[in-house]
Every structure is written in C-alpha cells, then in structure tokens.
Design a protein around this ligand. Sequence first.
Ligand SMILES: [Zn+2]
Length: 272
Amino acid sequence: MSERYKKVNVTCPICKKSNNLDIPSIVFSQKKIGTIKIQIPKGVVCPDHQFIIFFDSEGKVRGYEKIDISMTMPKKKDERQIMEELTLKKMMNIFGTYEFYSLIHAKIFNYPIFIVIGEDFKYSSNFLNKIANSILPERYTGGRTIHIYKETDYDSIEITTKDGLLLDVNKQILQIPWEQKLKFEENIVNKALEIIDEQEQTFVFQQIVSDFTKEAECALDILEDIDDISKKDLIKEISKRLFKPKINSYRFNLIVEFINQRFSPKFTEKIR
Ligand SMILES: [Zn+2]
C-alpha cells in the first residue's frame, strides 16, 4: 500500500464549510461493494456540525446523513481521566459519544473492531475485550473482536472481513459497516448513566442487552421451524411467545441484524 491516508475534500451538508481530511487508505482498499460510511465529528470539517458521509470506493462523496443523536458528553481527552479502572463516563471521554455507541453496537452485533490508537492510549486489547464482553449475556461472551493498532502499524491492519468497524483515534475517523441508527445503544447508555453506582451500570447493560437477545433468540427459534413467514406474523408470534407488546420496525431490524451477524442470514431470508 503506497499512502497511509487519502486526502478527501469534505463539505459540511449544513453550513457548507469544507476541509481536506485524511481518510485511512485502508478504508478504500477493501474492495467493498456499495458505499463506505464515515462519521465526521464536530470540529473536523466545521465547528458546529457532526454528520455521516458516504463515499464510493474511489473516494467520491455520494451523500450525507445527519447524526440525530444527542451528545450527552463533550468529546474531550483528559489524560488525568485515564486511570486503572474504566468507567462508563471515562470510556465516553476517551472515545467520544458517537464512537462509544458504535463500539457498543459492534460488540453486541459481533462486528470486528479495529482501533488505531494515539500515543497516550494506555489500554491493551486484552483489557478492552474483557470490558466489552462484560456487557454481553454469558452465551455471547468470550469473543476477542477488538484489535488495537498503533498508527505506524497501519499497513499491518488486516481487515479480514469488509464488515469491520474502524476507529482511528488520531484522526477521529470511524468507518461504520452497518445501516442502523444507534438509538438502541444511546438508550442503554442513558439508562446506565441514571445509575450512580458504577458496578451497577454494568448490570444495566447486561440486562438490556439480554432482554434484546431473548427476543432475537425467540425469532430464531420461530425461523428455524418454518419455511417462510411475513414480517408482520413474525412480530406477532414473538409477542405471543414472550408475552410482550409487539416490537417496532427499528427493533425488528436490529433482530434481523443480530441473527445475520451472530447466526446466519439463511434464517432471515425466510422473512417475506
Ligand atoms: Zn457545518
């Protein structure tokens, strides 16, 4: 690979200010079909707006999407905050709010995570994998899906699947492999932040993720025994079996994503 970064001119879709960004070349070299999705935080292109930008594999801009998640914490890296124990708030300070939601999404939905770190980053991949596994229900733990690289090791990053999350802490760049909005993750974090005890926060994570995986497992059970089913009937059947109100379309799409990523798309292909 010749250049580590590719210069791309990006214009803010809201205020039209523009800036040249260094996007990791590896993002474009994955021969990915379809669009590449990159999150642009506030202050990178213009001071006021954050958004997601879509590129084709040539690096041409194909579109924009506004990020409508409220930023519960400012993005700020304070070295004094980096201590032995990683709490929720510290994690959000280190990675940034949207990046943190993306890490949670990648962990729950089993996307490999590639983090390119700065010099002041003090955590090992072992440690981060341990923390990340602690938010999952028992049967989904054990995976080592977080990989850490120094900027100088860029060329050795092996994104073995096109479906990885790439977070470059130096350049504040995040390549996102999924279509879903991160409302589910925002909700988990907000619920956890309501709790003062930091140990209890982990249990809140586990509980909410576990409620979700029960729905996904129920959907999987139904799909395993059937040749085809409509989305409407599947939602009805999940509700009946779990004695719960019917899930909405967003939740349904999350379930489909979960089954595709953790089991196989052959099940969700049965949904008409
Ligand atoms: Zn702007």
